[in-house]
Design a protein around this ligand. Sequence first.
Ligand code: CA
Length: 228
Amino acid sequence: MSLRVLVVEDDRDIRNLMQSSLAVEGFEVHTAVSLSEARALLQHTPPDVVVLDLGLPDGDGLELVRHIRQRHTLPILVVSARHQEAQKIQLLDAGADDYLTKPFQVGELLARIRVALRHRGTALAPTVTEHHLDDLQINLALRTVAVGGEAQHLTPTEFKLLARLVRSAGRVVTHRQLLADVWGAEFTEHTHYLRLYMGQLRAKLERDPAEPRHLLTETGVGYRLATD
Ligand code: CA
């Protein structure tokens, strides 16, 4: 079972970046663009961790930190452009676990989430980080991909797409899921992106891209990374 993260962020680009990065890491990602939407989601589908922006259209994220702390023990990570010490202290006093200043590195965010979860004793579900089949070797942690022992260079988007398939190796991942997790929620109709990037990946990873043995098409549904 994957851990559920609620991302509260009104900036679309940052929200999409966080959503796709967290999804690739194996989290089930829910997003909210306002305090009211976040409160509704917290009640409906309580997450395991919250990532929270401060400047939201209907109020300040600090209100949500207080709201959550009255009801939940889950970790709260604040991500904000504000960087006055007094504000950080106020947030931490209100019950936030950690604070990241924008702009931030996604890797840093993921590391802080892992630490916050570990402090709560919430173990991250063991996520798949390696995939080996025949001549194909993928290591997500090291970000390496090799075919027949020869290292392949993937673009960041190609790697994200491949990583998403590795995490669900052997299972079909639908077009919508892939588009949402790799490009973002508003790209779920852009199936031509998938065709393009899948073609590029096959050209790099398959011996015969026209007869793929690893990156399989499930016609009309999605794609599957073969496991045998
Ligand atoms: Ca904002």
